[in-house]
Design a protein around this ligand. Structure first.
Ligand code: SF4
Length: 248
């Protein structure tokens, strides 16, 4: 049984935010998690695969942000009904040529292997991995990874918009607060969000969102209670989600 989240509008109201988005965007389409639609016939899948490849070819050439310290990192043309959205690559990912290729990835793929039963290889083959910012932002004054600027997030958000249009995800996994904040106008504390499913509307499409804490190790939240158990609950929701089960 999935736990579909509903919030008091005073505390947090994804629905009202979504209506605003819908009005702003002026068009509406829907996607029911896990339910195949006419877009899934063979010729349409082939068309979307081509669109996705062209999209990635363009993404890899993007040089819009002068302050970032790498070229864009992409997971490749994985046509999936499940998208994962992280924050930004670290210093290693551009060198290794794939997202979540280093410490945070090791922790995250261990979660998925233990709680969802999918190996890193299988995850990479079946889940489209995006990010709020596709290039390594560089280091901050304290030596940690710089949080992408609002301008960089907005610029890179256009790539995310295009991916949601092409992939039409039934489920989006948002990893860490910056990624979560791309989908919710108000981000509640993680204890109120992780371990639940939120129905959201973004870029003209409806889909389910499951939030995960960032696995980087910078925060102990996923390793101590209640975060540890809530993270397990969130991963169980992923495992049983219809879009996850029919992701490719
Ligand atoms: S961060 Fe995004 S928008 Fe900016 S240069 Fe990299 S891919 Fe392009």
């Amino acid at each position: 049984m999935m736990a579909l989240m509903s919030f008091s509008s005073k505390v947090f109201s994804p629905d009202s935010a979504n209506h605003v988005r819908e009005r702003e965007e002026g068009h509406a389409s829907s996607s029911s998690p896990g339910i195949r639609n006419p877009m899934d016939d063979k010729s349409m899948i082939s068309k979307r695969q081509t669109q996705l490849q062209l999209h990635i070819d363009s993404l890899l050439l993007c040089r819009k942000c002068p302050k970032v310290q790498s070229h864009p990192v992409s997971c490749g043309p994985v046509l999936s009904r499940v998208m994962l959205v992280g924050q930004a690559p670290g210093v290693k990912e551009p060198v290794l040529g794939r997202p979540f290729a280093w410490t945070a990835g090791k922790a995250m793929f261990a979660w998925f292997e233990q709680e969802v039963g999918v190996t890193e290889t299988e995850f990479r083959r079946t889940v489209y991995m995006a990010a709020v910012c596709r290039c390594f932002p560089g280091k901050n004054a304290q030596g940690g990874d710089r949080v992408p600027s609002g301008h960089e997030v907005a610029s890179c958000g256009e790539w995310l918009r295009a991916e949601i249009a092409i992939l039409q995800p039934g489920l989006v996994l948002a990893v860490g607060k910056l990624a979560i904040s791309q989908f919710l106008d108000e981000v509640p504390v993680l204890t109120q969000l992780v371990g639940r499913i939120v129905r959201v509307r973004k870029f003209g499409r409806n889909f389910d969102l499951i939030a995960l804490p960032h696995p980087s190790g910078a925060s102990p939240w996923p390793r101590i209670e209640p975060g540890k158990n809530l993270t397990k609950t969130a991963l169980a929701l992923v495992r049983n989600h219809p879009a996850w089960m029919a992701r490719v």
